[in-house]
Ligand binder design. Sequence first.
Ligand SMILES: Nc1ncnc2c1ncn2[C@@H]1O[C@H](COP(=O)(O)OP(=O)(O)O)[C@@H](O)[C@H]1O
Ligand SMILES: [Mg+2]
Length: 238
Amino acid sequence: MPAASLEIRNLSSGYGPTRVIENVSLSVEAGSRLAVLGRNGMGKTSLLATLAGQTRRYGGDIELGGREIAGLPSAARAITGLGYVPQTRDIFPTLTVEENLFIGLKGRPKAALGDAYAMFPRLKERRKNLGSQLSGGEQQMLSTARTILGQPSVLLLDEPLEGLAPVICEELMAAFSQLASSGDMTIILVEQRIQAALDFAEQVIVMERGRIAWGGTPAEFAADKHVVEALLGVGGLH
Ligand SMILES: Nc1ncnc2c1ncn2[C@@H]1O[C@H](COP(=O)(O)OP(=O)(O)O)[C@@H](O)[C@H]1O
Ligand SMILES: [Mg+2]
């Protein structure tokens, strides 16, 4: 599947009676890279979970490659081309790396595992190890690789660098950049590591209390000191 566009209009969602995402509208071009920034609790995960169909939607539309998906259940959205790598790094701890990857194949031949191993050679070395034996970085690689094996046209990544050592972060970001430049995937990256996100993205949004509080390019972001200080609560980029 080639990369697909994502069009979000007036999206509001939450959990039970609690509204979290408030009237979000956003256009992400096919094959582009969007970074989603914002402090803890501002709704970044909820936005991705809403796109993936895992929250209660109060209103609004989501079009993936021109097709309306907001009414579809989560599994159907995945089949339509939405790949979601949650912040929780969902892997099966009692299965081996290879068994975890089999789950992501979705009917593709086993040889396709080679795609995952080419992207993350560490996973090949550890293919007989249990998920529970992996480091945090390896778990993130496994969680990402399993989703990518399903050949999504839009990939949602929720804080993939959280808690990882700088050298592992660089490896992951290089893999994401490679995926993006292949033209096969549109990538939406939620990150707290601001500089890594700015280096990666073509467009940036900052979320505040479930809304988009700022939007622009990485260059505009870096030039707008107000954004950095007021919305992200930091004294400068790091
Ligand atoms: N399952 C849930 N049930 C109720 N409220 C939730 C749930 N998950 C998140 N929230 C609330 O939604 C808001 C946004 O959280 P979240 O989307 O996780 O933010 P972020 O990813 O930016 O840290 C927070 O106020 C949080 O407490
Ligand atoms: Mg989050």
